[in-house]
Design a protein around this ligand. Structure first.
Ligand code: 6PG
Length: 185
């Protein structure tokens, strides 16, 4: 595995802690992000900050491709698009799912869902903060392997809709799902 894409949110934090202790040749791995909020990297809302605390500070990754969200969505998306374009196809993408069925920062009915290229600027996201950068659906579909992590009864409806292909998290053919009993109920 050369490239591992980390998901944001709260679900993966514990899993990142376990991952940090696994025998991975981290020096050969480039760590990337499925999405990022347009906040500074030390902001409590930053996906990079969560990953740094739970994983990046504990492994010596070959490279970390941080999304510079603090530059604003358009500038950060342009920079990240070029970097991710040089990494295609991504080897392993980890994703979470929101209660509305979004994944990364691709929300139901949002124009960013139909973006081309590898990364897209997202405005007016229904989940705050409103300005984000996300990998595109095409980029996620191009990955060699995609694994969703889903926990809790609050995700059961979204999980069901994803299995029916009704929400963005259900639009990645071949994606694998790791769901706890509550989410899969
Ligand atoms: C984000 C995440 C987002 C997340 C889901 C689930 O930046 O908000 O990337 O896609 O994975 O919203 O979040 P939780 O794990 O906190 O439920």
């Amino acid at each position: 595995m050369r490239s591992l894409v980390l998901t944001g949110g709260t679900t993966p934090r514990q899993m990142y802690g376990l991952l940090a202790g696994m025998p991975v040749e981290w020096g050969r791995v480039t760590l990337l992000f499925g999405d990022e909020r347009c906040v500074p990297p030390n902001d409590p809302e930053s996906n990079y900050r969560m990953a740094r605390e739970a994983l990046l500070s504990r492994v010596d990754a070959g490279a970390v491709l941080r999304i510079p969200g603090e530059l604003g969505a358009e500038a950060a998306a342009a920079i990240y698009d070029a970097a991710v374009g040089r990494m295609q196809p991504l080897d392993l993408v980890l994703l979470g799912i929101g209660e509305d069925g979004h994944c990364a920062s691709l929300f139901p009915g949002h124009p960013a869902l139909s973006a081309t290229g590898w990364a897209v600027a997202v405005h007016d996201a229904p989940k705050p903060p409103p300005d984000r950068v996300s990998l595109t659906l095409g980029c996620l579909r191009n990955a060699r392997r995609v694994i969703f992590l889903v926990t809790g009864a609050g995700k059961a409806d979204a999980f069901r809709k994803a299995q029916a292909g009704e929400v963005p998290a259900g639009m990645i053919p071949g994606a694998e799902w790791i769901a706890d009993r509550e989410a899969a109920s």
